[in-house]
Design a protein around this ligand. Sequence first.
Ligand SMILES: Nc1ncnc2c1ncn2[C@@H]1O[C@H](COP(=O)(O)OP(=O)(O)O)[C@@H](O)[C@H]1O
Ligand SMILES: [Mg+2]
Length: 355
Amino acid sequence: MKKIGILFGQERSFPEAVIERINQKAEKDITAEAVKIDKMFQNAALGYAVIIDRISQDVPFYRASLKNAAITGTAVINNPFWWSADEKFFNNALAEQIDIPVPKTALIPSREHPTGTTGESFSNLTMPLNWDAIFEYTGFPAYMKPYDGGGWRDVYKLHDKEDFFHKHAETKQLVMLLQEEIIFEEYFRCYCIGGKHVRIMQYEPRNPQHLRYAVDKPASSQKLLKTIEEYTLKLCNYLGYDFNTVEFAVRDGVPIAIDFCNPAPDADIKSVGQENFDWVVETTANYAIERAKAQKDGQDNLTWGEYIKASVGGMPLNAKTTTAKKVIAPKATSTKADAKVAQVKAPAKPKATKK
Ligand SMILES: Nc1ncnc2c1ncn2[C@@H]1O[C@H](COP(=O)(O)OP(=O)(O)O)[C@@H](O)[C@H]1O
Ligand SMILES: [Mg+2]
């Protein structure tokens, strides 16, 4: 019997639904459950063929446990080593190298010294930094956000340099990105599962949270959706994520990747809506089963991205496309023939209010 385990925190709708769906499928010798841990010994297998990780970003004990699970043969979704190494600034640098448009972005040292350091620890930083060059590069308005953030925490829109210095002082020990603002006409959030299944969702980040997936007009063109799908696959394959979301702001018809380091993306039925939820549950269940079948004891069963593979192989990181094996087109709810994008119908009332 091969077990698929889900490791999760406070979320309730998604983990239960995935467990139930896998078990409903009644695949021979495959079963799913919530991961159970009552002790953790080095090099001792936990007994799972696959673990879907939804929480180790917040619980370092889990992250270390998952690395131990990985070395003892578990296929961990997502790769805990890569997730530990990755952050948004690196993501942007990689995106530029593989020809995916991203906003101009600068890395900003934390306002306060990291615990255990003093001014003496920063022998290599020129103080003050060349703020004029940084502000000229990104322009204003600009966005400032943690280099490894998520869930909209500590995201600021800044109007000028006084605003920057004022808000930066609030961020204490956080290392921040300062980023060009993309003024967009459309915005998309895309699930990508297994580096091959893509669900493009129209998204309106200026709406209150419960209405962000409620966009009541179709995407502007099929060509745009095709490009978004290609970029999503390429980013996730180069990074090596099994489960991720990629966000794009579209400016003058060009999709610009804003946020693509989301290895435990929101999948709550209350925020994503019933149709997106059904898709993400079904696709996760199928993919976890696929990984369980492919899992072999006594070897590494993780996914490694093209970036790492190129490094290990001593190859240049070129823009070789890791093409989709399969892209699931979400069922269009719009009557427009070309609307492949997932649309969640906005309720008639209350009307989505813009911030
Ligand atoms: N460079 C940008 N230009 C325009 N809007 C942005 C930019 N960066 C972030 N935002 C807005 O802020 C929201 C949160 O930022 P994001 O980068 O997605 O961080 P998080 O990982 O916390 O979700 C985005 O959904 C988007 O609406
Ligand atoms: Mg985001």
